[in-house]
Design a protein around this ligand. Structure first.
Ligand SMILES: NC(=O)c1ccc[n+]([C@@H]2O[C@H](COP(=O)([O-])OP(=O)(O)OC[C@H]3O[C@@H](n4cnc5c(N)ncnc54)[C@H](O)[C@@H]3O)[C@@H](O)[C@H]2O)c1
Ligand SMILES: O=C(O)C[C@H](O)C(=O)O
Length: 357
């Protein structure tokens, strides 16, 4: 005789009653709350906060920072959706302890005790827009968040990603000056994606591994202000005029290439998260005291007559320890530099005036 489905059900019920813990034990298990767990976390390593952590960049960046062994505590702050992102990332079995924060009222807790603040908060471009078209919305967001930094973690290193970087970095500097917490060594505009793209595109042209190429990219982070120095590629290669104009144009318009391909669904997020994680890791290694950490970044400096410029910087325990000079430029690069400086001067002034209006 075939066993009935009732028989099968009874058999399963019998087995599961053996497996089920006694009622008293179940009550004990439900009494164990996460707050009572023995792990306290954060004993070694750095405390990092991401502001805008639920966004297109914020989410993959949070994942990459959770994988970074130098990070002991990771705070994920946003004005929407941060609890879900936090719950998700918190299940990764890597060392960093994750805490989520939602909305302005939790900004203080998100920032208190933090060593490195990464800011990708703000709106991205749609096709047809310039980065400067984001100014009206993003300037206010960056101002508010930087006011929080100056109140709750004034000694933290700040990595600013929100566009237009050529204006948001000057905005942040003015906010910190007003609060009396400004230290130019601790404010870094993130231009790593330009270097990442330059390395990729140059390697493609040369037919070599992109990991073996390092292209300095100076100036700023918008169109003609992005100035790849192909004459200083390491290791040294020579390029035809045709290759130089193709590469310069592709590197300067890499962001627009992605914005157009995404067709209204935002701008670079995954390559940007990769670049931001790479840059943040360099900052953390600098904070740890590692020697010879060199990255390009948009910082306050005197390498040109402008108050801010992207150049190669040496990172260390205090943030930017040295801004390296631009080095020898060829005629093509000198012409590009002059054009870049004109546009940069306007963008920098726009940021400064936003705070001092
Ligand atoms: N520096 C660079 O190389 C680079 C590269 C790519 C994108 N970006 C810029 O990064 C920014 C973010 O891009 P995205 O694609 O992640 O955008 P997104 O819209 O996907 O995410 C932005 C996030 O910021 C949050 N946010 C908005 N206001 C906030 C506030 N006051 N406090 C905290 N969070 C807030 C939003 O809720 C959202 O989750 C844009 O301005 C974009 O142009 C810069
Ligand atoms: O292009 C954009 O608007 C986003 C970012 O600045 C980029 O370079 O990808």
């Amino acid at each position: 005789m075939q066993p009935s489905s009732d028989d099968a059900f009874r058999r399963i019920a019998r087995i599961s009653s053996h497996l089920r813990p006694p009622a008293s034990q179940m009550e004990e298990a439900s009494l164990l709350r996460r707050a009572n767990c023995r792990s306290k976390g954060g004993a070694h390593g750095f405390k990092v906060a991401i502001l805008g952590a639920a966004g297109g960049i914020g989410q993959p960046l949070a994942m990459l920072m959770k994988m970074n062994p130098l990070v002991s505590v990771l705070h994920l702050y946003d004005v929407v959706n941060s609890p879900g992102v936090t719950a998700d990332i918190s299940h990764m079995n890597t060392g960093a302890v994750i805490r989520g924060f939602l909305g302005q009222s939790q900004l203080e807790n998100a920032l208190t005790g933090i060593d490195l603040v990464i800011i990708p908060a703000g709106v991205p471009r749609k096709p047809g827009m310039t980065r400067d078209d984001l100014f009206n919305i993003n300037a206010g967001i960056v101002k508010t968040l930087c006011e929080g930094v100056s109140k709750f973690c004034p000694m933290a290193i700040v990595n600013l990603i929100s566009n237009p970087v050529n204006s948001t970095v000057p905005i942040a500097a003015e906010v910190f000056k007003k609060a009396g917490t400004y230290n130019p060594k601790r404010l870094l505009g993130v231009t790593t994606l330009d270097v990442v793209r330059a390395n990729t595109f140059v390697a493609e042209v040369l037919g070599v591994d992109p990991r073996d190429v390092n292209v300095p990219v100076i100036g700023g982070h918008a169109g003609i202000t992005i100035l790849p120095l192909l004459s200083q590629v390491n290791p040294s290669y020579s390029f035809t005029q045709e290759e130089i104009s193709y590469l310069t144009d592709r590197i300067q318009n890499g962001g627009t290439e992605v914005v157009e391909a995404k067709a209204g669904a935002g701008s670079a997020t995954l390559s940007m998260a990769y670049a931001a994680a790479k840059f943040a890791d360099a900052c953390l290694r600098g904070l740890r005291g590692d020697a010879n950490i060199l990255e390009c970044s948009f910082v306050a400096c005197q390498v040109t007559e402008l108050p801010f410029f992207a150049s190669k910087v040496r990172l260390g325990r205090s943030g930017v320890e040295e801004v390296l000079p631009l080095g020898p430029l060829n005629e093509f690069e000198r012409a590009g530099l002059e054009k870049a400086k004109k546009e940069l001067a306007i963008s920098i002034q726009k940021g400064v005036s936003f705070i001092n209006k």
